[in-house]
Design a protein around this ligand. Structure first.
Ligand SMILES: C[S@@+](CC[C@H](N)C(=O)[O-])C[C@H]1O[C@@H](n2cnc3c(N)ncnc32)[C@H](O)[C@@H]1O
Length: 348
């Protein structure tokens, strides 16, 4: 399952630390990550009944005025983001393209970096006047799209199905709702939650991502909304929230496969997710509404995420829904582009 590239390249070599030190080299990323994990307590698996499981649940993103998948195939996708059409590599699209070549060639922007997942890459912009950013909307909320060197544009449209589900629940709650958005990126989930009336804590390890999210808050006129913007490693932050006894009604996790915290912390999804998910379970309030996990670019299945979520959420009642987030192409006889796996616990 590939959706997005990791933000940093993991060090795949795993020499033993002593050997590395003898050779006078710095410890590898894997070694540092292993050492940090050794100092951690074991994950806490709370007892109780496992919530009911509903799987597979396939959540579709349909073409809409903010976003559409116009065509896909031959390792690429052609999308409309607001007023711009954008052409990017897409490893999942192993089928043929349907639109004429002229439509693809007329894209307003094309990512021309190597198709290698780790490539820094560049963009070719069709319009000379096209700047680095452009106005976009998500469910009526204005924000900025941006051409990044990592081929991303500041939004992952497939997430919109989770966001709509979340904001409906926040509005229906009829009480104050506290949301924790981990790996929050450009802040759309945080802004939509705040607009729906929630009090939000947004955590991301990247100063640049936090700056972009705050810029989006300004564009959306939500600069005074109750959002705490926190630049910190997600695991470190949640560990502290457990110690402080703070609680949230909704926790969102959209972790990359690999990432770094601001103090050099290493995030590796396979090794760190169970620990972070059990911590997230511990900070759910007694009247919590949902715990939402998305995963991409991992060798996994929605059944593994479901089993993990089910164990982490024992004793909560409700149900676990697991499956894939897919984007439907625009037009007749559409193909479905799979973007990520998800698992969410929801109160019923
Ligand atoms: C793919 S984005 C999440 C997308 C977001 N949920 C959305 O749909 O808009 C992953 C984010 O995780 C952040 N990140 C990577 N490692 C992290 C860590 N150790 N702690 C916190 N955030 C991290 C990155 O800076 C990036 O903004």
């Amino acid at each position: 399952m590939t959706r997005r590239k990791p933000f940093h390249k993991p060090d795949t070599a795993q020499p033993r630390r002593e050997a590395t030190e003898r050779a006078g080299a710095r410890p590898s990323v894997d070694e540092m990550a292993r050492e940090a994990r050794e100092g951690r307590p074991e994950p806490v698996w709370l007892p109780g009944e496992r919530p009911d499981l509903v799987a597979p649940v396939i959540l579709h993103v349909e073409p809409n005025e903010d976003y559409a998948l116009l065509d896909s195939g031959a390792g690429e996708k052609l999308e409309r983001y607001g007023a711009l059409t954008i052409r990017r590599p897409e490893n999942q699209a192993i089928w043929p393209q349907r639109l004429p070549r002229a439509r693809w060639d007329a894209a307003d922007a094309a990512f021309t970096g190597d198709t290698d997942e780790e490539g820094a890459g560049r963009w070719r912009l069709g319009l000379e006047a096209q700047g680095e950013t452009w106005p976009m909307r998500e469910d009526g909320l204005p924000y900025l799209g941006r051409f990044t060197s990592f081929r991303h544009v500041g939004v992952f449209p497939e997430q919109s199905v989770h966001w709509r589900f979340m904001t409906d629940r926040i509005r229906a709650a009829g009480r104050p709702v506290r949301v924790l958005n981990l790996f929050g990126y450009t802040g759309l989930a945080s802004l939509l939650a705040a607009r729906a009336g929630a009090e939000v804590t947004h955590v991301d390890a990247s100063k640049r991502a936090i700056a972009w999210a705050r810029e989006n808050a300004g564009v959306a006129r939500l600069e005074d909304a109750p959002i705490r913007w926190i630049c910190e490693d997600a695991v470190r932050f949640v560990e502290r929230e457990v110690r402080r006894g703070n609680a949230y009604d909704i926790v969102l996790l959209d972790p990359p496969k690999f990432g770094r915290g601001p103090k050099g912390e290493v995030w590796q999804i396979e090794a760190d997710l169970p620990y972070l998910l059990t911590l997230s379970r511990q900070i759910l309030s007694p009247s919590a509404l949902m715990l939402v996990l998305t995963a991409y670019a991992v060798r996994s299945s929605f059944f593994s995420l479901a089993a993990l979520m089910g164990e982490a959420c024992r004793g909560l009642g409700g149900r676990v829904e697991s499956g894939e987030l897919v984007i439907r192409e625009e037009g007749e006889d559409p193909r479905l582009l799979s973007t990520s796996l998800f698992s969410r616990w929801v109160r019923t």
